[in-house]
Design a protein around this ligand. Structure first.
Ligand SMILES: C[S@@+](CC[C@H](N)C(=O)[O-])C[C@H]1O[C@@H](n2cnc3c(N)ncnc32)[C@H](O)[C@@H]1O
Length: 359
């Protein structure tokens, strides 16, 4: 039977739903185009500039005009650029530049568009994972550590001293006096380097599984002349260095580990008396029904399918996924033996949850 003949079908609702699905294709395409505009510096070049033709924009960015013209058309139909048909000039209004450039007043949303475009680049590999149950390795994801560094550069590093470290009462004075700090799963280590610059008497160490991210971090620290920071390639599975650290951080680096519970408990045992662990992770709930209105929930579940779940499975882990939930994280922290566990959500970053745990 043709579905249109289904007696119970509400055709009006079905058509409205079809329109919504169609809109998703346009939005997905726009996100990929935003990612391209960000990576090529097109938004940065157009911000604050007078309206310009595709030829002028191509010349000022050193890109091929024929392709630039097509990108400009996509961004115009998406409502991001304004187009003057008489002069064939394109313009990025300042109100739009405010969330799409590297100097963006509201934070650069174009950074996050790169996650959407990475989903597309990983489609074949994801099909393979779904069919075989196999996992992935970090090396399978083009530009992953660069995208992550840009992402956490905004959500973590930018708010570190104003919003994030003050969550740990008394920490600033200890950092100023000189303590030992570990960032577990540090990636390219931008947050750790910001702390090392600010607190020259403290000693900072970053561990990460990925040698390429660690090499990049070490090179950046060297170029900045930081002598109180060390980066080391290290698999944190089964990690424990008893009583080694005064303060431990992890920024979005626990749920995709092979053994998140084991890591949390190893980090707890690696703290000295009086030490604390600051853990940032995704703030969604462990229960799907609670996430229906969670910010960017679809994107987060998609990133979970394509990245966070398979990289854990690829390490032989459980694959808890991006939306393992604050409830799961909190239960693991309490079970690890911390004396106190506090949970915080920061106004500037509703997508993440912050735990401060003390031994
Ligand atoms: C989502 S990224 C976050 C990176 C960084 N903290 C940031 O905020 O930019 C997660 C990091 O955890 C690291 N990681 C995953 N499994 C690991 C393991 N078993 N041992 C050490 N690091 C691991 C990855 O290499 C990756 O850099």
């Amino acid at each position: 039977m043709n579905v249109i003949d289904t007696p119970s079908l509400d055709l009006e609702r079905a058509e409205a739903f079809a329109d919504r699905v169609g809109g998703m294709f346009d939005a997905g395409a726009a996100a990929t185009m935003i990612s391209i505009g960000h990576r090529l510096g097109l938004f940065d070049g157009m911000a604050g500039a007078a309206p310009a033709t595709s030829t002028e924009i191509a010349a000022s960015t050193g890109l091929a005009e024929r392709y630039v013209r097509e990108w400009l058309a996509a961004m115009t139909t998406a409502g991001i650029l304004r187009y003057e048909p008489e002069t064939r000039r394109f313009h990025l209004p300042p109100e739009h530049a405010a969330c799409l450039t590297r100097e963006a007043a509201l934070g650069n949303l174009a950074v996050y568009a790169q996650h959407v475009s990475l989903l597309g680049r990983m489609e074949e590999r994801t099909l393979h994972c779904l069919k075989t149950g196999e996992g992935t390795g970090y090396g399978d994801y083009p530009c992953f550590h660069q995208i992550m560094a840009e992402d956490s550069g905004q959500t973590v590093t930018a708010g570190l001293f104003e919003h994030i470290l003050p969550l740990v009462a008394g920490l600033e004075a200890r950092l100023e006096a000189g303590i030992d700090v570990l960032d577990a799963g540090c990636g390219r280590g931008l947050a750790l380097m910001a702390m090392a610059r600010r607190y020259p008497k403290s000693r900072f160490t970053g561990y990460d599984l990925c040698a390429d991210a660690i090499a990049h971090a070490a090179e950046t620290a060297r170029a900045q002349g930081l002598s109180n920071i060390t980066f080391e390639t290290r698999d944190l599975t089964g990690y424990c260095e008893p009583g080694r650290w005064d303060f431990v951080t992890s920024f979005d680096a626990v749920h995709d580990q092979k053994d998140p519970e084991g890591l949390i408990s190893g980090l707890c045992r690696s703290l000295r008396p009086g030490g604390s662990y600051l853990m940032q992770d995704i703030g969604g709930s462990a229960h799907l029904e609670n996430n229906l209105d969670f910010p960017f929930a679809t994107l987060l579940y998609a990133v979970s399918l394509v990245h966070c779940t398979p990289v854990s499975i690829g390490q032989g882990g459980a694959g808890l996924g991006t939306m393992w939930g604050w409830e799961t994280a909190e239960a693991m922290l309490r079970g690890a033996g911390f004396k106190t566990v506090e949970r915080h959500v920061l106004a500037h970053d509703p997508m993440n949850v912050w735990f401060v745990s003390r031994v």
